[in-house]
Write a protein that binds this ligand. Structure first.
Ligand SMILES: NC(=O)C1=CN([C@@H]2O[C@H](COP(=O)(O)OP(=O)(O)OC[C@H]3O[C@@H](n4cnc5c(N)ncnc54)[C@H](OP(=O)(O)O)[C@@H]3O)[C@@H](O)[C@H]2O)C=CC1
Ligand SMILES: CC(=O)N[C@@H](CCC(=O)OP(=O)(O)O)C(=O)O
Length: 346
């Protein structure tokens, strides 16, 4: 396939806009349809003036898309609405879903966390969890990829290799994560209002956030046994970025340098995950706009413990950038195609 004809569902949302921005620099992609719900009928550039100079189709509703003229679908719809729409798509399409609908493999767990039975259980079983660097082969042969959540991406990239190698105690993991406000999407919500978010910050969904079970599912796979991590998300007054500070207990005979070395070895040859030298901590402003995860590793003052600090842009490595990385893998293209922009700083 010399040209990939792409449809973006939910193109009037934040992840949709970010897909368009990044795909504008992808040499093999042509965007053939962009969908919206309330904003259908409008020119894309009227909804996102910063992208108005691009030659793009107007926003349409999902049922107006000509699927015979498409090869690949990105789905950036609210979770819950996504599963039925994807279940109705023709079989020739490859799909990367950015919502949470296909991330949990267990239908009972899905029903418990999302409050209703899954409406496309066969597809749920087929979907591959697309944490790109740690699932390249599975992603490459998938038809449907479930793109990981933003908090899980930031948390799992440092933790999974360490659990897989038995370097940390699976029973003693605490993830303290902070997100920018675009993580909540563009739809108007009281909790996203300037007055509710600015000049302060707060923890939310304490011990009950739906990304907790998503993180546990992947940590358990890496550890080969049931893992339940502590996970507390916070909303901070910035637009983009996630910073996760994770506290771990070291296995016998392991130190922080050993963790750093193991992560550096795991991600050698993975240009989007960088393990920082000793003493360096990542900032969210070091990844803004780029498909990067930066990881710092520190010895804790408490003996036998270490602290991992990871930073991503929630809209890029935490959503649209990783989705394009997964598309590249699914189509046998170079993994980095369209994703090599450096971060925007400051
Ligand atoms: N924001 C983030 O950082 C991340 C988000 N995600 C997930 O990605 C998905 C998209 O997120 P985001 O872009 O932030 O969301 P937004 O709320 O910004 O955008 C949602 C999009 O879906 C459309 N839409 C809403 N309801 C329907 C419907 N019933 N039928 C068809 N289209 C509909 C909206 O159209 P309209 O504008 O016309 O209403 C809009 O285009 C979500 O599932 C989210 O959880 C995943 C990782 C990170
Ligand atoms: C700041 C904020 O509100 N963040 C969102 C998570 C965004 C995301 O990645 O979630 P899904 O893709 O799983 O929907 C939240 O806490 O629900």
């Amino acid at each position: 396939m010399s040209e990939v004809r792409v449809v973006i569902l939910g193109a009037s949302g934040y992840t949709g806009a970010e897909l368009v921005r990044l795909l504008a620099g992808h040499p093999r992609v042509r965007i053939v349809a962009l969908t919206a719900d309330r904003k259908a009928g409008q020119p894309f550039g009227a909804v996102f003036p910063h992208l108005a100079g691009l030659d793009l189709p107007d926003l349409v509703t999902v049922d107006q898309v000509d699927w015979s003229a498409a090869d690949f679908v990105f789905c950036g719809l609210p979770h819950g609405t996504t599963q039925e729409i994807i279940a109705g798509l023709p079989a020739h399409l490859k799909i990367c879903d950015l919502s949470a609908d296909f991330r949990l493999a267990d239908p009972a767990l899905y029903a418990d966390i999302y409050g209703h039975p899954h409406r496309a259980v066969d597809l749920q079983a087929e979907a591959v969890y697309g944490l790109s660097e740690l699932a390249r082969a599975a992603v490459a042969s998938a038809r449907l990829v479930a793109n990981p959540g933003c908090y899980p991406t930031a948390s799992l990239l440092p933790l999974m290799p360490l659990l897989g190698r038995g370097l940390i105690d699976p029973a003693d993991i605490t993830i303290d994560a902070k997100s920018g406000v675009t993580g909540a999407g563009r739809a108007a919500k009281e909790g996203s209002l300037h007055a509710e978010v600015s000049e302060g910050f707060h923890a939310y969904a304490i011990a009950s956030h739906r990304h907790g079970p998503e993180i546990d599912q992947l940590l358990s796979r890496a550890a080969g046994g049931v893992v339940t991590a502590g996970f507390t998300p916070h909303l901070v007054p910035m637009n983009r970025g996630i910073l996760a500070t994770t506290y771990v207990r070291l296995a016998e005979g392991v130190d922080a340098d050993g963790l750093r070395g193991a992560l550096a070895e795991t991600y050698d040859g993975s240009p989007f995950v960088r393990v920082l030298p000793p003493g360096q901590a990542p900032h969210t402003r070091h990844v803004r706009g780029a498909n990067l995860c930066l990881i710092g590793v520190f010895a804790d003052r408490r003996p036998g413990r270490a602290i991992l600090v990871s930073a991503i842009d929630n809209l890029v490595k935490g959503a649209s950038g990783q989705a394009i990385q997964n598309m590249n893998l699914m189509l046998g293209l170079p993994e980095t195609l369209g994703l090599e922009q450096p971060p925007l700083f400051p």
